[in-house]
Design a protein around this ligand. Sequence first.
Ligand SMILES: [Zn+2]
Length: 506
Amino acid sequence: MRVYLTTPIYYVNATPHIGHAYTTIATDILARHHRQRGHETFFLTGTDEHGTNIPRVAAEAGLDVKAFVDRNAAAFREMTERVNASNDFFIRTTDPRHEAAVQEFVQRIYDAGEIYEDVYAGLYCPRCEAFYTEAELVDGKCPVHGIVPEYVEEKNWFFRLSAYQERLLDLYDRNPEFVLPRFRYNEARSFIEQGLDDISVSRASEQWGVPVPWDPGQTVYVWVDALINYWSALAFAREGEDLRPVLWPEVRHLLAKDILKFHCVIWPALLLAAGLDVPRQLFVHGYLLFGEQKMSKSLGNVIDPLDLIDVYGADPVRFYVVREVQFGQDGNVSIDGVHERYERELGNDLGNLVSRTTAMIARYRDGRLPAATVAGAGGDQLAGLGDDVAQQLESFDITGALERIWKQVRSLNALVEERKPWELAKDDSGAAALDGTLYELADGLRAVAVVLAPYLPETAPRILESLNQPLDLSWEGVASGKAVPVEGIKPAAPLFPRVEAPSAAA
Ligand SMILES: [Zn+2]
């Protein structure tokens, strides 16, 4: 199986907030999971650096445009590293190799006769870099930014999106899982069903962009430029190799709901027009809401993901965002929430289990974990775990898969309470049962570490280390009886040490 996963490329008009980190983390979890299963996996993220907004915001910051995009792209790259994303490449749309690919791509559509010249007049939100119809506005304002759009009139190049309605509907009908979750599929399909207008794909007044190859006085519309990154990056992401024949169209795009129309309607149509295959699948996720409002720079209610990581570490932040809100839905997040799950679930459920298990092996068995033995009554504790999680992650149910894993963690905790190793250790009659119980706990934790590794990439190896187990994260490890007999297990240091509760001012 080949899996090419993408985040949207992030717009460098501002610095990263937790909404960006969210998509990157979710995509990373899937990428790590697929690699674990031996799938040929490629994970792309990056930055969108053209468009009208950029020179304006750069000027406001008192910077040259290139210096400005370099600075903000670096901030996104840092965010990517700090959340511990395992991306294979980081694309920037100001990369000349991308710019050349954009020209090649639009030229293909132009040569196919699907682009024509016309005058555009309409209402334009410069923040969205998108036109709106009167009906789409809320009280005459941009539904995303709440600002009054500008009336714009200019000669543009247009793409015959309207000609693709039937082919798009057919595509949706043949692929009922083309867009997930289902309600987003319905939203995209009904948008197409209502009829599509041709879209302007160039800007006459904008210099900061990729020149239209047959009319260099104009630049390619930033959204078209941006979407093409998914295709262009494969041409140069790996030195001396063109990955497009290998990985296209095995692409799964992850994106937030505000850019559904561009990804689920316009992008497939552009690909069809260019004679290319459409993406395998798109997953549209919701917003992390902070006090019921979408978190974004323009609304000023930003949690800096890097600040949270400074306090809690990357793993707890990764864990929190996908655990707190069902992936695909909107949901509320808070700093108190991060703290609460850190203490209760990571600290108590998981961290204490590792501490107790290693401490009991050290105390009752002098640090020795014997070969696999069966304690008896329990049956296979881990039955179904690997299959369940794999199936859920294949359908992008990152939250559901994590809940399934947590069920396992809770049942291992229950095992300690049921078997009471401290009582079994009182005399020799309990020796076999004690060996079996300690093995089941250690083996269960080992398997949990493997299955959790995509979520907690720093913690998983530490769990294996504390049990003196090989640092093997391959998927075959998600099964019973794979723990190898070892000696020298010591009481483990806390995986999630205490952190001061956030102050009300935070
Ligand atoms: Zn807007």
